[in-house]
Design a protein around this ligand. Structure first.
Ligand code: PHB
Length: 371
């Protein structure tokens, strides 16, 4: 089948509906989930699965009369070889109809050829390096891309008087995408980059990097780190080494103020400005319903974050357009990547705790990383 036909059907008919109607005469639609369920990135799998369960709680667990069944596999972290083997098992042994999940870029990239060979739709629910969707015609991404969420931050910072920036990013696909997108947009808006550091993806020790930034005396640091524990460690070092007191602002993509860990990062985050596509504080009926369903199926210990919203949307995607818990989204039929509003937000203390409060927006953002 030509990929335009396949993707057209996938999108127009809805991922789940399309598969339900073509799957052999069985009474189930099987989703094979490749996710991170243990190790330092364990919250990725938990959030994405939690979001899909929230969708089923609100909309039921059948589609076209067939029951949705999720088969879960744990990559244990950024492990391309493991991810590839698990995806192969899901396709050949478990006979899944769709591959879903994918928190980390290296895992998504490793599985792309399996989707192509097995002719299985592959729904990316987080992994955000721009090129991922170009690696298989069977891939659709419902999450974000780093260039997409970064460019608005650069434009906003330049407009708001920041002129000299030091960039700190994780040393792999999304970090390199973020650095490139920020640098290009910031320079174009009249800003100057005064330094750049790439931090390791595994077990980073941020202390020495933060000191190097402090010594360079930039006006601000632009930061991308993968959501979760790394953000907690970075904010601790930033506070301990007194960068805020030295007048060095922090601007970042919203991965750093991940709703799932924001409370644990605490007061040092107050006033932090980030750009992102989802906030638990987003004020809409869709988000209220999503958060309620999420808490009902997953308990209220973990606040749903952007990965949970993408899990929800990946299960919900019944057409090209959708009002998501994050706001309006659509899939670009050319690139199979998501088009959405990117918000500028500030961490504030509201009645219920620390939240990313949206105060400015860049609507209809495509991935600027694509030609
Ligand atoms: C990725 O590996 O693509 C990734 C992981 C965590 C993020 C963003 C991107 O917060």
């Amino acid at each position: 089948m030509k990929f335009e036909t396949w993707v057209g059907r996938l999108l127009a008919g809805g991922a789940l509906l399309a598969v339900a109607s073509t799957a052999p005469a069985q009474n189930v639609v099987k989703l094979g989930m490749v996710g991170e369920f243990s190790g330092p990135f364990a919250q990725y799998g938990q959030q994405i699965l939690g979001g899909m369960k929230a969708y089923m709680k609100l909309n039921g667990d059948t589609v076209a009369g067939k029951k949705i069944e999720i088969v879960q596999k744990d990559t244990t972290g950024p492990s391309p070889d493991v991810a590839k083997r698990l995806a192969q098992e899901l396709v050949t042994r478990d006979n899944v109809d769709i591959l879903v999940g994918f928190g980390l870029t290296p895992n998504a990239l490793a599985v792309a050829p399996i989707a192509t060979e097995g002719k299985k739709a592959m729904v990316i629910m987080n992994a955000a390096t721009s090129i991922i969707t170009t690696r298989s015609p069977y891939i659709v991404r419902v999450s974000m891309t780093l260039p997409q969420i970064t460019q608005p931050m650069a434009i906003w910072a330049a407009k708001n008087g920041v002129k000299k920036v030091y960039s700190v990013v994780a040393d792999y696909g999304p970090g390199l995408d973020a650095e490139k997108a920020f640098t290009e947009a910031f320079k174009k808006a009249g800003g100057e980059m005064v330094g750049s550091i790439h931090t390791p993806l595994q077990n980073p020790d941020f202390g020495p990097f933060i000191q190097r930034v402090k010594d360079a005396k930039p006006e601000a640091v632009f930061l991308f780190l993968p959501a979760g524990e790394q953000g907690i460690a970075f904010m601790k070092g930033y506070a301990e080494r007194g960068l805020a007191q030295a007048g060095i602002k922090l601007i970042a993509t919203g991965d750093i103020t991940d709703d799932g860990v924001l409370e644990a990062m605490g007061e040092p985050t107050l006033g932090l400005i980030t750009s992102f596509h989802y906030s638990a504080a987003h004020d809409s009926p869709e988000n209220t319903a999503f958060k309620k369903a999420y808490a009902e199926v997953n308990g209220d210990k973990l606040r749903p974050n952007f990965m949970a919203a993408a899990g929800y949307d990946g299960a919900a995607m019944k057409g090209m357009k959708l009002v998501s818990p994050r706001g309006p989204i659509m899939i670009d039929p050319e690139t199979r990547d998501v088009v959405q509003t990117v918000y500028i937000r500030k961490v504030e203390k509201t009645g219920g705790g620390l939240y990313n409060v949206e105060f400015d927006r860049f609507p209809d953002q495509k991935d600027p990383g694509k030609p």
